[in-house]
Design a protein around this ligand. Structure first.
Ligand SMILES: Cc1cc2nc3c(=O)[nH]c(=O)nc-3n(C[C@H](O)[C@H](O)[C@H](O)COP(=O)(O)OP(=O)(O)OC[C@H]3O[C@@H](n4cnc5c(N)ncnc54)[C@H](O)[C@@H]3O)c2cc1C
Length: 396
């Protein structure tokens, strides 16, 4: 194993710790603001930008600090360990990576510096009512008409559209029927577009959900939406590879978020278990029935962290996307499993008070549970590993 966490990797993490410890006293109020009042925390977003998180994946020539994905992973992990959340930043960073790899010079010069400065928020739109785990079934179509594309279709569960400046939308530029008729592979015909959510012809409906970070999930309808041709990211019809490459950093950062959530839950349980006395003067932390689930979660957390760091390191090394894909998927599965396990053990340790809103544990459980299913569910990861790593045949 060659990867190392250098002092440079730790810089971003140090900045996160320093910045968030200044906001420790606001944590509860901010949690209420985002979870209960559904308000996005622009102040925190700006501070994340100011310490360089949004420029971590960006080379210096576009204004970034080029710290890399491993440094960002450590930063994300600590944000969650300290009880805050970077979920929407995850999507913006993933889109940034995609634009850097596939976008035009104009995209990079116009959009990326503004993202780094905290002024532009990006979201990602791929899921459709009939195309979630199987994105190739998507039916949203963008047809080229002169100097623009005209988009029709719908998307669902798109996070944060109300605060987004651009959505990176995946649509078909060759329909499934055309592909079947020509005998082309199903991955052919997808393209990526930068779309302003305020464009004429887009209708937005919020889907009230639990476990969000001050933003809604949205259902979107596109009716003859005109998109300038220069907003195409990458090559027309060849978007599948561009898209899947940017899903690797997303999974790695989800792994980091889950590791931080697990760490936070374990820390809370340990503090509480040292103080809480139920029988005589013995703190409950002395009972092995309380210790063992926490100790198991701790061991699994260390394994999940190592897998997540290795995946991030492989991405930074520019290793082959297939290798990074396997590492990322495995890390995401382990980390989301341990997040749920740790939060559950922490809830059990806290007893009834764990369900009081003030502890934040019930919200944390919701957050961890969502990450078992999204952005990629556990079953699809197991399918991937069975096929790609074990060479077993596909059943679906
Ligand atoms: C809070 C939240 C935020 C989200 N944000 C975004 C976003 O910003 N942008 C975006 O594009 N999408 C987003 N999504 C959508 C998310 O990525 C999808 O929900 C997810 O990919 C699963 O797709 P689906 O809901 O259509 O489930 P389906 O594809 O219908 O699958 C349902 C279940 O069937 C099982 N299953 C399906 N296929 C197989 C198989 N081959 N083998 C075994 N089991 C299988 C799995 O258990 C799966 O959970 C979000 C979802 C949530 C809940």
């Amino acid at each position: 194993m060659e990867f190392q966490i250098s002092e440079e990797h730790q810089l971003l993490r140090g900045a996160v710790r320093q910045m968030l410890s200044r906001h420790e006293h606001q944590k509860k109020a901010w949690r209420e603001m985002t979870h209960r009042d559904h308000k996005f925390n622009y102040e925190l977003w700006q501070e994340f930008a100011d310490i360089g998180l949004l420029g971590a994946l960006v080379p210096e020539e576009y204004g970034g600090n080029n710290s890399g994905l491993l440094a960002l992973t450590l930063g994300f992990e600590d944000i969650c360990t300290m009880g805050f959340s970077p979920s929407l930043m995850l999507v913006t960073c993933m889109d940034t990576a995609c634009i850097l790899k596939n976008g035009t010079e104009q995209h990079k010069r116009e959009i990326i510096p503004s993202v780094i400065a905290g002024k532009t928020i990006l979201v990602f739109a791929i899921t459709e009512p009939d195309a979630g785990s199987n994105s190739f079934r998507m039916q949203t179509v963008a047809r080229r008409e002169g100097d623009r594309y005209v988009m029709n279709g719908q998307k669902i569960f798109i996070t944060g559209v109300e605060v987004a400046d651009y959505m990176l939308v995946v649509a078909r530029t060759t329909t499934r029927e055309q592909i079947d008729a020509k005998g082309l592979p199903k991955a052919f015909g997808l393209s990526l577009f930068l779309v302003d959510p305020k464009t004429k012809g887009i209708t937005k409906t919020p889907i009230p959900t639990v476990a969000t970070e001050g933003v809604y999930q949205w259902q979107l309808f596109f009716e003859d939406v005109e998109i300038p041709a220069e907003n195409l990211v990458g090559v027309e019809d060849q978007g599948a590879m561009a898209m899947f490459n940017s899903l690797n950093p997303e999974r790695i950062l989800v792994g980091a978020i889950c590791c931080g959530m697990a760490e936070q839950a374990i820390n809370m349980a340990v503090s509480y278990a040292k103080e809480r006395k139920v029988f005589r003067e013995t703190p409950i932390g002395a009972y092995q029935g309380v210790q063992h689930p926490l100790a198991e979660a701790k061991i699994q957390l260390e394994a999940a962290k190592l897998m997540t760091y290795r995946a991030a390191w492989a991405f930074d090394q520019g290793m082959e996307p297939g290798v990074v894909g396997s590492y990322s998927n495995m890390a995401k599965l382990l980390a989301s499993d341990v997040a749920l396990k740790a939060v559950d053990a922490s809830l059990e340790t806290h007893g009834g008070i764990g369900f009081a809103e003030e502890t934040g544990l019930a919200q944390l459980w919701n957050g961890a549970r969502v990450l078992k299913t999204a952005p990629l569910n556990r079953e699809m990861i197991l399918n991937y590993v069975a096929e790609q790593e074990l060479g077993l045949p596909r059943s679906y």
